[in-house]
Design a protein around this ligand. Sequence first.
Ligand SMILES: [Zn+2]
Length: 253
Amino acid sequence: MNTKVLETVKAIVAASSNIVFFGGAGVSTASGIPDFRSATGLYNQRRGSKYPPETMLSRAFMLHHPQEFYDYHLNNLIARGAKPNTAHLVLAELEKAGKLRAVITQNIDGLHQAAGSKNVIELHGNTYKFYCLGCGQGYDLAFVDSARSLPPTCPICGKMVRPDVVLYGENLDGAVMQAAIDAIRKADVLMVGGTSLVVYPAAGLIDFYKGNKLVLINQQATPFDARADYILQGDIAKILPAFVENFDTKYER
Ligand SMILES: [Zn+2]
């Protein structure tokens, strides 16, 4: 960790009231949510199924094998009892202090909201939300848990209720993407963390940032290191608390 860079970024954060944070799986690893693409991540675990996870997380699989799709989803994509970690808490705190405008996330775990963040732009949806394929009615996890059989069906129209996440073979929501682009375009500081930045749409989104305070926080090098104005290498859950005064005392870690 370069302490001089850290001090500079601390001063930038202290002076800004328009920070946008863009994050990926690395933000949630300290909460015990597996990173999809790392060596120990979800994509490299078969968990006794005959299908690879990429297949089971596709739109076609959901439609043709709804029961197996649901079994996989409920057992692997919902981390019951997962709690926000220091990275989530710091970002919520910065928003409350009027410094951070939006959190854009590739994660589907809802932990930013659990930490108290209000303006959360979820690029890939939210694994705790569900909706009916027929009439669009929204449902929560309690509804799915109480279903007599899987897949759950809509009490209003009888069609299948599906998770509100973006599957393989599906496009990202246009309005959600636009909200992310708008936030990034207007940002004074763009802080990017816990993402390798190799997966669509991460790379494209960063191109919309026109400022000169692009801060990258990551364990490994990324294809955007050359474009970053400041690089903080390390665990995001350990680095972010530096940006909130007396964070340790507040949260009694
Ligand atoms: Zn319905």
